[in-house]
Design a protein around this ligand. Structure first.
Ligand code: ATP
Ligand code: MG
Length: 332
């Protein structure tokens, strides 16, 4: 059975982008068809300025929301990255095969570093090395497939390069994974700025739909989405990014395709109204289940504890073998 690994960072409340771009396929496809692990990658949340209590709270919330979205601990492994030491252990070895030039070319590093500098802050070294830790997350489990939004394609490509390089230099240690992306909704854009990705740690709050937004809030955000200067509803990502984004969200929520849906609408107003309702319907069961799970925090904790135990057992042999391959003296 193929191995699948993916994760979310507890850097903010989970968004519709996280759901459509990644989580939904984890629930509907991956956990049924693969030996799948889903990780709350909390170490990655420390790469930018953070409030410790908030990261902790968001990690618990992410765990609850992953289960609310439909991940079933009987079918897959859900766990927290920092509970499994193997990620950090392997990351160091991969730092010894990665180069600093390679790291500095990462688009997300350049964007997030520019943002930090723009805020007058300094850039943490971990922001630069974060893709190496992500490679360790993936390679520690012998992962075949990494289901992610398309913003993560470059990081998975780097992971492949590091795996191949390590294998060539030190003997076969890692499976070389590949990224998979959803056909529709691989990059949901911010409703207020449809040229930027909807990201949970962004400042443009009104343009982000969070999974726990009440129906009225969703309606307001979608109805106020920035559209383009034209009148007719056409699907054109370049010329009409605002309308294209709404068509993609609607298509992702209803199972249609954005091109086909564009012919159905004569006004932006009608498109927005249907998109808002479709999003509300997709979020409704997730929110309901989230409410139920919040009454039983012990259950979520137990799932994460068991998940970490299972994950540790899967990662340890691979990481130990990599330690030996690279020339480190075994402890015993
Ligand atoms: P941050 O702003 O902190 O990077 P994020 O919203 O990008 O947060 P991540 O935790 O980095 O969320 O990513 C979790 C998963 O969600 C990844 O697979 C990522 O590709 C996917 N994803 C994130 N944002 C979007 C989006 N706007 N559209 C589609 N997929 C997305
Ligand atoms: Mg991200």
């Amino acid at each position: 059975m193929k191995r699948v690994f993916s994760g979310v960072k507890p850097t903010g409340h989970l968004t519709l982008g996280n759901y459509i771009g990644a989580m939904r396929r984890w629930v509907t496809v991956d956990q049924h068809q693969a030996d799948a692990l889903f990780c709350i990658v909390d170490l990655h949340a420390l790469t930018v300025e953070h409030d410790p209590a908030r990261v902790c709270r968001l990690s618990r919330q992410a765990g609850t929301l992953l289960l609310a979205a439909g991940l079933d601990p009987e079918l897959c492994t859900v766990f927290v990255q920092s509970h499994v030491d193997e990620h950090a252990r392997l990351s160091y070895l991969l730092e010894c095969v990665a180069t600093d030039g390679e790291m500095r070319r990462m688009i997300q590093y350049r964007e997030k570093a520019a943002l930090e500098r723009g805020r007058g802050g300094s850039v943490r070294l971990s922001l630069l090395t974060y893709p190496v830790l992500m490679a360790a997350d993936i390679l520690a489990y012998g992962t075949d497939e990494v289901p992610v939004g398309d913003d993560q394609a470059q990081h998975v490509e780097l992971t492949r390069d590091l795996a191949v390089r390590f294998n060539q230099r030190y003997g076969h240690a890692f499976v070389v994974p590949r990224a998979t992306h959803p056909e529709v909704g691989a990059r949901v854009m911010n409703l207020q700025d449809p040229t930027s990705k909807m990201g949970k740690s962004d400042d443009v709050g009104p343009g982000i739909v969070y999974l726990l937004d009440e129906p009225d809030v969703v309606r307001k955000k979608v109805m106020r989405a920035v559209t383009d200067s034209g009148q007719d509803v056409v699907y054109d990502r370049e010329a009409r990014p605002g309308v294209a984004n709404l068509l993609e969200i609607l298509a992702a929520c209803t199972g249609g395709n954005p091109e086909g849906l564009s012919g159905v609408y004569e006004s932006y107003g009608a498109l927005k109204k249907d998109t808002a309702e479709a999003v509300i319907e997709v979020l409704r069961p997730v929110q309901q289940r989230h409410k139920e799970l919040c009454t039983d925090p012990g259950y979520v904790e137990g799932v994460l504890r068991d998940g970490a135990e299972r994950a540790r057992a899967m990662a340890r042999p691979t990481v130990d073998a990599a330690y030996r391959a690279i020339g480190l003296l075994p402890a015993a």
